[in-house]
Design a protein around this ligand. Structure first.
Ligand code: ATP
Ligand code: MG
Length: 695
């Protein structure tokens, strides 16, 4: 449960606080000013040392990335010393594509004729450049007393051993390998081992149920699974091997046999002896890996060879097996970390995402390693043993960049400032946010309290499908507006479309689409190219459709307004969820809010708001009125919620995103139509929400 501190948002106003009413008014004013006023400039001294130090410089680079992509990406490859075993064909365009479903299959290709390998570039290349003894991975265990490190050389040795083992059980180029592991160094190492030999990895978040796991195995028909005995997250033990046994039984029932199941004993969680072993199928890691040679030749992959597949979070329905390919993804991962996180030698970079999500692929594993920095792998949760864990890890390992999700920021904010302030955090240079729109109030807290105003915040908009960050601040180049992802990254050409698919100019609001391919774009849905075409290209012929709504303001800043499926249409006004939620979030008693539309006899749709409260706040009629008034005054009467539901919690995906699809059904009393709830972190919340609904 959340508990917001009694302190006002900005410390400067603490002294002037004389009544609760006054504080609220002040806070609202501050948030409003921050959103509508002058952009928050990057901290002093940051720009001169960053890769892109002004908007003008960005503009020149961005224009070139669109007008001369071959020149732009060739320079990126050369400057970074990225290795292509065979150069791509310079006589052709650097990419070719068809975005028109009316003109044949959708098709995207980058770097024709090139051959490279991601694992080679992330490991061998760094070692050749003299980083063999530098720490590649810092591992921080669930218990604060557990941590360890791997240098680039040690990581490469381990990766080669895993690769050799996979080859020994018959894994070949193009084969799929499923990975269901906790956040131990062996997880990114297994990913790198797959890409080294050209196997396509599919990481499934370790915590998904046996059903979710078997669904994914049955979808990609892989015969090899890599897992661990178990994991402790906080005090909660998850017996992974047992879940795997159940999942593989379901697979057997469906006629699919997994031939090899490699199991790592996670000594910190569940001893070997507590797991069942199926002879001929299950193999313990120690026996399989330790004796393998520490050298393994890389498989040189064509630019467009499949690299990995990964299922989306499932916020909006059945997860999609997003397929990424080799060279384009590699360049996207490398370039975004370099410029957006301002990666520099010696950086200790911490992305809190699990490798089960795309963020854990691009911004925990591949991007940081391609840039030769140290990446931190954290096994535990931000609230164990206490709510100060993140900041204690920051101090312990001298973390320089910290990247997390709004859901984590809001929950830590709920525990109060003391947990943050008792740690120094002086090593921090930059903060990042990803996953959902960040409400301005949480943004300001992150900036003021966590970052002491010394760190720029990169609010990065992107998707599993995009492979890498698409719209984002460059940290030293321009001022930030809390809640805005600001401008497109290199190579990205966003457009805001109206209902009919016309591109809008200047300040506008509509549907976010992308006009031409960027290197790390997904190429297909695994095994279902027609679904790929339908989901992303049939809405607007000639564009990649993101599924998100967005607003562009008069300064050209982009604001993601929420998912298009979630847009509410009240008497002809189209209202994005993010805006209404941000207004509700400003109230002192509100911890988190989620709004959805429901059928309304007069307005077409009405607004139904689910609100979770701070500890100690009382759910009563006065509060209900205050919340409605707040939205009326912040946005306008048309956006005022018709119903406020004081909720015991919100349904979230395992990556922490609010699942409004389920909330819509609850608001409309359609309890029998909740459909797929398997990606929910806590399925029991659904019944609690139904029970807490006002009769
Ligand atoms: P599914 O596609 O299965 O419904 P998902 O969309 O939650 O799942 P992801 O690819 O993990 O799967 O999430 C991408 C989405 O997250 C974006 O389309 C957008 O709605 C949201 N998002 C990510 N980052 C931001 C951000 N910085 N600001 C606003 N929204 C964001
Ligand atoms: Mg999505």
């Amino acid at each position: 449960r959340c508990r917001k501190t009694a302190e006002p948002l900005l410390s400067a106003f603490a002294a002037r606080r004389d009544s609760l009413g006054r504080v609220k008014a002040t806070r609202r004013k501050m948030v409003k000013q921050a959103v509508g006023g002058d952009p928050v400039a990057p901290p002093e001294g940051f720009a001169p040392n960053s890769g892109v130090d002004s908007y003008e410089k960005y503009k020149v680079m961005h224009d070139r990335s669109l007008e001369d992509p071959k020149g732009f990406w060739s320079d990126v490859i050369e400057e970074g010393g990225l290795h292509f075993e065979e150069d791509f064909d310079r006589s052709q365009d650097v990419f070719s594509y068809n975005y028109h479903h009316t003109k044949g299959p959708i098709d995207i290709k980058w770097f024709p004729g090139g051959k490279t390998n991601l694992s080679y570039n992330a490991l061998d290349r760094n070692i050749k450049q003299g980083r063999g003894d530098q720490v590649a991975i810092i591992w921080e265990g669930n218990e604060p007393t557990d941590s360890s490190t791997l240098t680039y050389q040690e990581l490469k040795d381990l990766v080669c051993q895993i690769s050799n083992y996979l080859k020994s059980v018959g894994v070949k180029r193009g084969d799929r390998v499923n990975i269901y592991m906790p956040m131990l160094p062996e997880l990114p190492a297994t990913m790198l081992a797959c890409t080294r030999i050209g196997a396509i990895h599919s990481v499934v978040f370790a915590g998904f149920s046996a059903n979710s796991l078997s669904d994914r195995i049955l979808d990609n028909k892989s015969e090899v699974l890599v897992t661990a005995s178990g994991v402790l997250r906080g005090k909660k033990l998850i017996p992974l091997k047992q879940i795997v046994d159940d999942a593989l039984e379901i697979c057997e029932g469906a006629g699919h046999h997994v031939k090899t199941c490699l199991v790592l004993e996670n000594k910190h969680a569940l001893a070997k002896g507590k797991c069942s072993v199926k002879d001929g199928r299950d193999v313990w890691w120690e026996q399989a890996i330790t004796s393998q040679p520490k050298e393994c030749d890389v498989e040189w992959m064509d630019s467009e060879d499949p690299l990995f597949m990964l299922y989306t979070s499932g916020s909006t329905g059945k997860p999609k097996g997003v397929l990424h390919t080799t060279a384009g993804y590699m360049l996207g991962a490398y370039t975004t970390v370099k410029y957006i996180f301002d990666a520099k030698p010696g950086d200790i970079y911490w992305c809190t995402a699990d490798c089960g999500w795309v963020t854990g692929h691009t911004y925990l594993t591949y991007g940081p390693l391609l840039n030769g920095v140290t990446t931190l792998v954290f096994e535990g949760v931000p609230t164990y043993p206490d709510a100060g864990r993140c900041w204690s890890i920051v101090d312990k390992h001298k973390v320089t960049q910290f990247y997390t999700a709004p859901t984590a920021i809001r929950s830590l904010m709920g525990f109060g400032n003391d947990w943050v302030k008792e740690h120094k955090r002086t090593s921090l240079r930059l903060l990042g946010s990803v996953g959902e729109p960040i409400n301005p109030e949480a943004w300001l807290w992150y900036h003021e309290v966590v970052g002491n105003k010394n760190c720029p915040i990169v609010d990065t908009w992107w998707q599993t499908e995009t492979g890498g960050i698409m719209i984002t601040p460059l940290p030293g180049a321009w001022g930030m507006k809390p809640g805005s992802a600001t401008f497109p990254f290199f190579g990205v050409k966003p457009v805001v479309l109206d209902e009919k698919g016309n591109e809008q100019e200047g300040a506008c609001e509509g549907y976010l689409a992308i006009k031409q391919p960027w290197p790390s774009q997904m190429r297909s849905i695994y095994g279902d190219h027609p679904r790929f075409e339908t989901v992303y290209f049939k809405h607007y012929d000639g564009y990649y459709f993101t599924g998100d709504g967005c607003r562009r303001d008069e300064d050209g800043y982009y604001w993601i307004t929420g998912r298009v499926d979630d847009v509410i249409n009240v008497s002809g006004h189209r209202i994005g969820t993010a805006e209404v939620e941000s207004a509700l979030d400003m109230h002192h008693s509100c911890c988190e809010a989620a709004v959805v539309g429901y059928e309304h006899p007069v307005k077409g749709q009405g607004i139904y708001a689910f609100v979770t409260l701070m500890d100690g706040a009382e759910a009563n009629e006065d509060l209900r009125k205050e919340l409605v008034m707040l939205v009326r005054s912040e946005i306008g009467a048309f956006a005022a919620p018709d119903a406020i539901h004081f909720a015991p919690g919100l349904p979230k995906t395992r990556s922490g995103k609010i699942m409004r699809r389920i909330l819509r059904k609850i608001a409309s009393n359609e309890y029998d139509q909740l459909s797929d709830t398997s990606t929910l972190a806590d399925p029991s919340i659904v019944q609690k929400l139904i029970d807490s609904k006002q009769k």
